[in-house]
Design a protein around this ligand. Structure first.
Ligand SMILES: Cc1cc2nc3c(=O)[nH]c(=O)nc-3n(C[C@H](O)[C@H](O)[C@H](O)COP(=O)(O)OP(=O)(O)OC[C@H]3O[C@@H](n4cnc5c(N)ncnc54)[C@H](O)[C@@H]3O)c2cc1C
Length: 383
């Protein structure tokens, strides 16, 4: 069997798993304020917490394109399980695979793959978001270890994570540390009242004179941004790009189904041109969004230097498209779209957060515009 066939078989299995184990219970996960730990164990047993990792660490060896499609399947049905995959696998495990020492990889990757430990990524703080280089969490060196002090906020799966990659600063230079929940001085506090991500155990992580062993530096001291943050966010943006496609496609499915069934003025909604206008726009947008993600995936697979910029554009575009399409889908549903008896209410909320996380849309516009200003500048020719 070819590698491609094996990977496509994984995607088919994932679709079946998601339909049986996740899709029927998504509202329940929100009501219970968290996806069940039993579900996380089931996902881990199938290798779904380590889909892009090599087999030697317990992964499924998916290439970037297949991993993107895998992410879409989860994102389409359940943004909370997709969020787990984004932080646990894309931000933490893939970054550890790239920058971890052999000892760190041997220690952590099998445990992350098996779900024995859940990982979270701690960059943002109460006073620091987009301007991430200004973080106030600090580290200092002592003879035997490093000591961390500070607070991280909005940490996805932070309330149940066993291990955190924490970015901390020392005189303006940052370093990434592997911090275990069991270290004295680590506490977490659940964040409530969320518009979306209600089943993702979002938390503050408090670090109160936490002693971190020297071997727990990830990457190099003082290279936290250059090595870890840039790589983790690039991986995260790729995941969010596909998450946007998933939400957008689910909204298109819902909109089309509803429009073909709902009767007003003795006609189906789908008979009205203004409704078909929204459907036509939405179908085109979701196809364009998927095409951008596939291109980013192919470039990542080929380890092409253009991959990061294309990933940024895919993240920016698909989150915008997800917001537009879920808005259209809710409009087509009318009042029914306002209830959780239909999926569009949840999709509408979940789409919005994609424009904020892994670098807000304005930050992506900044990055893309700087690229555009360099790339497409036509110097005037001398006469
Ligand atoms: C559900 C959820 C999950 C999250 N998970 C994590 C996680 O796991 N780990 C983690 O570290 N963080 C996480 N975050 C935090 C997230 O990364 C930040 O919210 C994000 O970086 C934006 O920062 P901010 O919210 O502080 O907004 P701010 O930086 O305060 O920005 C506010 C607004 O101003 C705009 N803005 C800021 N600066 C500029 C500028 N120079 N030019 C133009 N516009 C600007 C922004 O685009 C935004 O619209 C999560 C957030 C949410 C909501």
């Amino acid at each position: 069997m070819s590698t491609e066939t094996i990977q496509q078989n994984v995607i088919q299995e994932v679709e079946q798993f998601v339909d049986e184990e996740i899709r029927p219970y998504v509202n329940q996960f929100e009501e219970q304020s968290g996806i069940p730990l039993e579900l996380i164990r089931k996902m881990a047993a199938k290798g779904y917490l380590a889909a892009p990792l090599p087999y030697q660490y317990g992964g499924l060896g998916l290439d970037p394109v297949s991993y993107g499609q895998f992410t879409e399947v989860f994102g389409k049905a359940c943004p909370a399980t997709r969020s787990l995959i984004t932080v646990h696998t894309s931000l933490v495990s893939e970054t550890l695979l790239r920058f971890g020492t052999e000892a760190q990889k041997d220690k952590w990757l099998p445990k992350l793959a098996s779900g024995e430990v859940i990982a979270a990524f701690g960059l943002s703080e109460p006073d620091v978001g987009s301007d991430a280089k200004s973080i106030k969490t600090v580290w200092r060196e002592e003879a035997e270890h490093y000591v961390l002090d500070g607070v991280k906020k909005w940490i996805t799966f932070g309330d149940i994570a066993d291990v955190f990659v924490v970015i901390a600063s020392n005189q303006g230079k940052s370093t990434a540390f592997i911090v275990e929940r069991s270290f004295p001085g680590v506490t977490t506090k659940r964040i409530e009242g969320l518009m979306a991500g209600r089943a993702t155990y979002l938390a503050e992580v408090h670090l109160d004179s936490v002693e971190v062993p020297k071997e727990n530096v990830l990457g190099k001291v003082n290279f936290g941004f250059e090595y870890i943050v840039s790589t983790a966010l690039d991986n995260g943006r790729y995941s969010i790009a596909w998450a946007g496609v998933g939400i957008a496609q689910e909204a298109v499915d819902a909109m089309v189904t509803y429009a073909r069934n709902r009767i007003q003025f003795d006609q189906k909604l789908s008979d009205f041109q203004l409704i078909r206008g929204m459907i036509g726009d939405s179908v085109t947008q979701v196809h364009a969004a998927r095409a951008l993600c596939l291109r980013a995936g192919e470039l990542r697979k080929a380890r092409d230097s253009k991959a990061t910029m294309e990933t940024t554009m895919a993240k920016y575009f698909t989150s915008k498209v997800a917001v537009d399409i879920t808005n259209n889908a809710l409009q087509v549903h009318g009042a029914n779209g306002f209830t959780n008896q239909y999926p569009v209410e949840r999709l509408y909320r979940e789409a919005k957060v994609l424009e904020i996380i892994e670098g807000s849309s304005q930050m992506q516009q900044e990055i893309i515009s700087h690229y555009g200003l360099r790339q497409y500048y036509k110097r005037s020719k001398k006469r």
